[in-house]
Design a protein around this ligand. Structure first.
Ligand code: GLV
Length: 380
């Protein structure tokens, strides 16, 4: 793993280890993938201010996200099908995050269940919730997250209907994978992945199958979403979700200043500026492009976080300079996971920490909490 120096290195290793349908599930955006690309590209347009002859000893990346201490402001984002990038993927990623001192967010659409992740961790993790029409199932999910001691609920707002990702349709994506000649070939050419998968019984959506009424087999994300997700989810629903949950609440998927202002009255503890990694509304602005406007819109009344496009510690630093209190990585940790399980996730976090630390030093700063727009060129 030490040979992997960048997230791009991990991505290439994952491409060689993970069957095409699952690798491409991660490496895809909606329709033209324009927003998916813009999320990354817009980070490169931001230039840093290089400073010299300042004391750069004793640096600290430690800070807080929603009042929780983090060794750096980078959480693992909720991602679907994670246990298909590597056997028991969510359990391994949660352990890597815990050892590293950063939050892990378990997706509703995970392969390992809330209880599976709880059984291999000692500190609280965060749980991401999708709201379905079957409210009993949603109540039950919230209660299960509570019983597992999760310390934050991340409510996703931008996926009540699914954006179209062409690659998933062409690949016939499902969990467990189907056994057509095409799928068998994709797996047969990834023998290490197959061997690991044979060693676990977790091959489908662990939070759902056996918990949602009448669902004994759920393979396709798109049919489940269109049949089950609640297209009428509204600001009013936040209230009962918040009351039922009773803990820290994070709203994920805010990309508009007006929505950001509306979230101020919701009682949430933080919002995540996000376009779902470019997987939903293709043609929407990049997350980093919207971040400064949204920070200005909410002022210091609410914590603002960001996901989408982060591929390096430099990207994390730029988001923090623009006022994000925390960031999330999805694909970077999935590539690490696909490349090498828990060690690969740890490597992804190490890469990002090193890049963040060195960049902060060369910007003339010693404490991540002191970063601001003054560290960006032309944006003092
Ligand atoms: C689901 O969360 C997805 O983006 O595929």
């Amino acid at each position: 793993m030490e040979q992997a120096l960048t997230i791009a290195d991990l991505k290439e290793r994952a491409r060689r280890r993970v069957p095409k349908m699952f690798f491409e599930y991660a490496d895809s955006g909606a329709w033209t993938e324009g927003t998916y690309r813009a999320n990354e590209e817009d980070f490169h347009k931001i230039k840093l201010r290089q400073r010299v002859l300042v004391d750069m000893s004793n640096r600290s990346l430690e800070t807080e996200m929603i009042g929780e201490k983090v060794s750096m402001p980078v959480a693992l984002a909720p991602t679907g099908f994670t246990g298909m990038q590597h056997a028991d993927g969510e359990m391994l990623a949660a352990q890597a995050a815990e050892e590293f001192g950063v939050p892990f967010t378990l997706s509703t659409m995970s392969i390992c269940s809330i209880e599976d992740v709880r059984s291999v961790t000692t500190k609280p993790f965060w749980f991401q919730l999708y709201v379905m029409q079957d409210k009993d199932f949603v109540y039950n999910l919230i209660d299960r997250a509570k019983a597992a001691g999760c310390s934050a609920l991340v409510l996703t707002l931008d996926l009540q209907i699914l954006g179209q990702r062409h690659k998933d349709i062409r690949n016939g994506l499902s969990a467990p994978p189907r056994f057509t000649p095409k799928h068998l070939w994709q797996m047969a050419t990834r023998p290490f992945w197959c061997l690991d998968m044979l060693g676990t019984k977790r091959h489908t959506f662990g939070n759902i199958v056996g918990h949602a009424k009448g669902v004994t087999d759920l393979s396709s994300l798109s049919s489940w979403t269109s049949e089950q997700f609640d297209p009428q989810l509204s600001w009013k629903d936040i209230e009962w979700i918040r009351d039922r949950w009773g803990g820290k609440l994070i709203l994920k998927g805010i990309l508009d200043e007006e929505d950001a202002r509306m979230s101020l009255g919701s009682g949430a503890d933080a919002i995540i500026v996000s376009n779902h990694g470019g997987r939903q509304l293709d043609g929407a602005a990049s997350s980093i492009d919207m971040l400064p406007r949204i920070v200005d819109a909410v002022g210091d009344k609410m914590e603002v976080h960001l996901d989408g496009g982060i591929r390096s510690g430099q990207d994390v630093l730029k988001a923090i300079c623009y006022g994000a209190k925390g960031t999330y990585i999805g694909r970077p940790f999935l590539y690490g996971l696909g490349a090498g399980g828990k060690a690969g996730v740890r490597r992804a976090l190490e890469i990002i920490r090193k890049e963040l630390d060195v960049t902060m030093a060369l910007c003339g700063e010693r404490d991540i909490k002191n970063l601001s727009r003054k560290n960006l060129l032309g944006d003092a």
